[in-house]
Design a protein around this ligand. Structure first.
Ligand code: NDP
Length: 280
């Protein structure tokens, strides 16, 4: 029987998730439909209720609803509880079970696809929004030595550091002090700055010779940060496309009990993205 899934967000029109899940379904022999549903923060809860009433079995949640989705759940995974944000809903008997696959998606992409070792790295996280919340615990589990979180609105970085509760290993600093923080072996851009016309003013002193620079966004939005990192001779620069595919595979696993192969979908999306960027 065909099962109904969706991704909720605003904006959502350009989401790649419907394509990714349709491909995973074909590959694994799962009959499904998966649609993108635009919902404002005011309408989000009622949009999810309408989707469920029409037979919805599961959903992905993206910007700006991850914390609102958490509040809709009757039960959440330990990881989602820790980060206070949900990107995957699963209908279970009489309510939504929520989990968060962003962190594991990032780590699988970096360690298995890119073959990078995160252990022992001094790390800087730029941003403290939903995506940063979703990936920080997974980075700690992956063995980063130290994590400094810097956010444009300093209070949000402080809140995230408090939520993590490892004061010796995870600290917040002010954006104005970036030039005084020394260099890093891993820098993650978890800001939404790349989607805007403003360019972040980052000092090259942040980049050590073995620095891995990761932008969680992908496509044109990742160009400014990754160009900065390459101009500063970082060792390796990665965008968020692989993370997107891997977090989708983790959601698929939770819904259907099988983890799809991701290399084919990733290669197709990478080729499409490269073609779009070079056509500009
Ligand atoms: P949020 O809206 O929750 O947070 C946005 C963050 O960006 C905040 O920390 C905000 O700071 C900061 N920010 C926004 N504009 C600027 C700017 N001009 N200069 C500096 N900081 C800025 O968004 P998310 O955390 O959900 O998403 C962040 C990014 O991660 C997006 O690009 C998104 O596409 C990407 N992402 C990728 C995923 C993937 O699978 N690859 C999954 C999830 C997200 P402040 O608090 O001051 O507003």
């Amino acid at each position: 029987m065909r099962q109904h899934f969706a991704v909720f967000g605003q904006p959502i029109a350009h989401s790649l998730s419907p394509y990714i899940h349709a491909e995973f379904g074909k590959q694994c022999g799962v009959e499904l439909d998966y649609v993108a549903i635009e919902a404002s923060p005011e309408d989000f809860a009622s949009a999810v209720a309408t989707f469920r009433a029409a037979g919805g079995r599961g959903a992905n949640i993206t910007l700006p609803h991850k914390q609102a989705a958490y509040a809709l759940c009757k039960e959440v995974s330990e990881y989602a509880f820790h980060v206070g944000a949900v990107n995957t809903l699963m209908w279970q008997d009489d309510g939504w079970m929520g989990c968060n696959t962003d962190g594991v998606g990032l780590i699988v992409d970096l360690t298995e696809r890119e073959r990078l070792d995160l252990r022992g790295r001094r790390c800087l996280m730029l941003g403290a929004g939903g995506a940063a919340r979703g990936v920080v615990p997974a980075m700690l589990e992956a063995g980063v030595a130290e994590l400094i979180i810097v956010n444009r609105t300093a209070a949000r970085a402080d809140e995230l550091v408090d939520a993590v509760g490892e004061p010796d290993r995870v600290k917040s600093r002010y954006w104005e002090d970036l030039a005084a923080l020394g260099d890093f072996e891993l820098i993650i851009n978890a800001t939404a700055a790349g989607h805007q016309t403003t360019v972040m003013d980052l000092p090259f002193s942040l980049l050590s010779p073995r620095c891995l620079a990761v932008d969680l966004s992908y496509g044109k939005a990742a160009i400014p940060f990754l160009s900065w990192a390459k101009a500063g001779n970082c060792d390796h620069a990665v965008d968020g496309l692989g993370m997107l595919v891997e977090q989708a595979a983790e959601s698929f696993l939770r819904w259907h009990g099988v983890r799809p192969q991701t290399d084919g979908v990733y290669a197709t999306l990478r080729a499409k993205q490269d073609a779009l960027i070079s056509a500009d």
